[in-house]
Design a protein around this ligand. Structure first.
Ligand code: DGJ
Length: 736
């Protein structure tokens, strides 16, 4: 039982292997948050919450003689609005009488085996029969707005999920102006905020700073989770490092505009509220209607490494779905950096043939193949081949590629439309555009109104036809601009504030239909690289193109930052040409291979430009990746150095869960004369076992490797890289 109810004290306790989460139905009916942190069992944690009369922290009328009781100081499961809690609110609700006050009182709760689902939204699922669900129902005593708080408990994984449902039990419309997924109060400790910012071509860079007495906001208003901020934040103890220290993660499974607000209040208590961004949000909730928030995944770990391991296992096993989630991912060659828009039948067939000769398993035809597409100014929306480029059709091309022993994959950007397209000419009103205002263009394209059923139906039919007729094995689902001009004639004026969220629900519905109709297709998410890299997308696409920056040295920092929350099996990573097209940097093929092998692995270059020696090396890389793939994708990821700092080298390691195998990766960023020796202290090994280093046959004990460290040879030359395999040979006898 991971959910325990102590009726006499009104305590609800959620327990995982290493953490405890506790709340209390307190005497005035509020749902008080008592504790989340290292495991304390079911002990009553209310002693932590001593109440004092605090100046300018008022008292609810019903408690008017209790000057020490104030919503302004009470830790809560879902903070109220307008009734005396001046910290970050979780709810915004405008009622027909113009009032906005909202507070929730406990009504009932239920717990059950299994994990709740959320209609139309991605939600983690039970995978092994361990999850339990707690639903607490609360109600505003005046407006009768009902709130159901959902808690999913995954004991072995140390994850607690949260979501909220709002129900209008009245007859008048209510307008939701904010509906957070989670509110978490942490009244103890001193904390750093670790968040992941970035830009196109440099996503998810960790930034860690002590909380100050201000509200900090990590958010996106771009209609997508964004390159600029990721919907994942960590609160870690000031002293926490990779190995030790309290670390809380809050990860939103949502792909649209989001907001995480973090406040250190006047009494040094921390509040985090996270959910859909309220900036452009206004949702009409008519009488009897329900609104579900996206899910937030909370985890607690001792040290940042442990926190990452929790999220990696959780996302792989309980969020990603489909045939590929744990399976071998085909090594691919993607045409983009080989051809850009200069594709045609002969060029693509030649590329595919060269790819097959290298041992590649899947050939991906990226952008440029469809009707009218010669550059990024035209064609989006017309998802059929350009006959001038492919005179025998795509089906013919696909057959030829399959006959080479390859699988065939294709790039699409379904959510977008070019003005120069048949689709736009037929349905100009299908693109978002505010009345009387010329829409913003991004890459010269417009955004399709996915809130409309007919638009999604068109896209489903167009995609299904494309996938079916061409025996598609893999789809790269791209998105290349931020959203703007959110206005749709399909919705009444009072509902325009729903469009951002309805758009995301539209993507989810479309992806749900397509992944269900084509279970054998491997879908890879993409948004100009990693602009929509989030747990919501991972529910539909088990891998996401990590970044449009394919420079191996830049990728060290990008993949490092991404690894805090997301597993290697989710990170699309390719070997590209040298000099690199984004940075002009030249790096050895070995280095590019080692960096890309820490993701889903593939190539994105023109094999026709390779020397025979390079081709040999690529063949060997592919074989090596196939051998290491399960260790990389399913093993434990250890960050051995901080790649966000300009250290001379970056090292990371994958170790199998049972400690029997480990893979060490090192890349030199700048070689130094007369450099100090590097002793890399490995992690996750069995200290009592002997490991053979496969590359040279030498043997060292796990203890020696972890406590003394593996001593690297001096790194010389430009961007050298080393990959070493450690294989457990035997256990050392206790008495040895
Ligand atoms: C952006 C993607 O991230 C690239 O990999 C490539 O597919 C281009 N779009 C094509 O337009």
């Amino acid at each position: 039982m991971s959910i325990v109810y102590d009726k006499s004290r009104g305590l609800l306790t959620l327990e995982t292997d290493a953490s405890t989460y506790q709340m209390r139905i307190e005497d005035h009916g509020y749902l008080e948050h008592l504790y989340y942190g290292p495991k304390v069992g079911v002990s009553d944690m209310s002693f932590m919450h001593r109440r004092y009369d605090r100046g300018f922290s008022g008292n609810p009328y019903a408690a008017k003689f209790e000057r020490a009781f104030s919503l302004d100081t009470l830790c809560q499961e879902y903070s109220s609005f307008g009734v005396g809690d001046y910290r970050i609110h979780s709810i915004g609700a405008l009622h027909s009488d113009g009032s906005r006050c909202a507070e929730f009182h406990y009504v009932s709760h239920e717990s059950k085996a299994g994990k709740y689902a959320l209609p139309g939204l991605p939600a983690a699922y039970d995978n092994g029969g361990e999850a339990e669900t707690l639903i607490v129902t609360l109600r505003d005593p005046i407006t009768k707005l009902t709130l159901r708080l959902y808690y999913g408990v995954f004991p072995r994984l140390d994850v607690i999920t949260r979501a909220a449902e709002l129900i209008n039990e009245g007859t008048e419309d209510v307008f939701l102006e904010k509906a957070a997924s989670v509110c978490l109060d942490i009244p103890f400790g001193s904390w750093d905020l670790l968040s992941f910012h970035g830009r196109h071509c440099m996503e998810r860079q960790p930034e860690r700073a002590a909380l100050s007495h201000a509200v900090q906001i990590v958010s996106s208003e771009r209609g997508m989770s964004s390159h600029q901020q990721n919907p994942f934040v960590i609160l870690c103890d000031r002293e926490a490092n990779e190995d030790h220290g309290d670390c809380f993660g809050l990860m939103l499974a949502y792909s649209g505009s989001f907001k995480a607000e973090i406040e250190l209040d006047q009494f040094d208590s921390v509040r985090v509220v996270m959910g859909i961004s309220d900036t452009q949000f206004r949702w009409k909730l008519a009488g009897g209607e329900h609104f579900f928030t996206p899910e937030a995944n909370l985890a607690f770990g001792d040290g940042l490494t442990r926190l990452s391991h929790i999220y990696h296992a959780f996302l792989r096993n309980n969020v990603c779905r489909g045939e590929y989630k744990l399976a071998h991912r085909p090594v691919l060659l993607n045409s983009w950096e080989a051809t850009y828009y200069a594709v045609n039948e002969n060029r693509i067939l030649a590329l595919a043939e060269q790819a097959a000769a290298l041992g590649v398993e899947l050939f991906v035809l990226d952008d440029g193949w469809f009707h009218g597409r010669r550059d990024d100014n035209a064609g989006l929306g017309d998802w059929f081949e350009d006959r001038d480029l492919f005179p025998h059709g795509l089906t013919h091309l696909a057959k030829k590629i399959l006959a080479m022993g390859l699988q065939f994959g294709i790039w699409v950007e379904p959510e977008m439309v070019s003005e120069a397209s048949e689709l736009y000419r037929a349905h100009p009103d299908w693109a978002f555009q505010a009345p009387g205002r010329a829409p913003m263009l991004g890459r010269n394209q417009l955004v399709l109104d996915l809130t409309r059923d007919e638009v999604r139906d068109y896209l489903f039919d167009a995609m299904a036809k494309l996938f079916r007729e061409n025996n598609i094995h893999y789809v790269k689902w791209d998105l290349n601009r931020s959203l703007s001009d959110l206005y749709s004639p399909a919705w009444e004026p009072g509902r325009q504030g729903e469009l951002g969220h309805r758009y995301v629900l539209g993507i989810y519905e479309l992806l749900e239909r397509l992944t269900a109709a084509f279970p054998h297709i491997l879908f890879e998410g993409c948004a100009g690289g990693g602009g929509r890299f989030d747990a919501g997308m991972l529910y539909y696409t088990p891998q996401i193109w990590c970044s449009d920056d394919t420079d191996a040295i830049e990728r060290l920092a990008i993949q490092y930052g991404t690894s805090f929350g997301y597993p290697a099996s989710a990170m699309g990573a390719h070997v590209s040409a040298s000099p690199n097209h984004q940075t002009g940097r030249s790096t050895p093929l070995n280095t590019r291979g080692i960096v890309a092998m820490s993701g889903t692995f593939g190539y994105e270059l023109d094999p026709g430009k390779l020397t025979e020696t390079e081709k040999q090396e690529i063949r060997a890389q592919i074989l090596r990746f196939r051998e290491d793939e399960m260790l990389v994708h399913g093993g434990r990821y250890y960050r051995l150095t901080d790649a966000s700092k300009q250290l001379p080298y970056v090292a990371w390691q994958f170790t199998s869960e049972d400690g029997s195998k480990s893979l060490l990766n090192v890349v030199g960023r700048h070689s130094q004369a007369n450099a100090p020796l590097i002793h890399l202290r490995l992690k996750g090994l069995d200290p009592k076992a002997v490991y053979e280093i496969a590359e040279d046959g030498s043997c060292l004990s796990g203890a020696a490797l972890m406590y003394g460290g593996y001593t690297l040879p001096l790194l010389t030359g430009d961007y050298p890289a080393i990959q070493l395999h450690f294989v457990r040979k035997q256990a050392i006898r206790e008495d040895a």
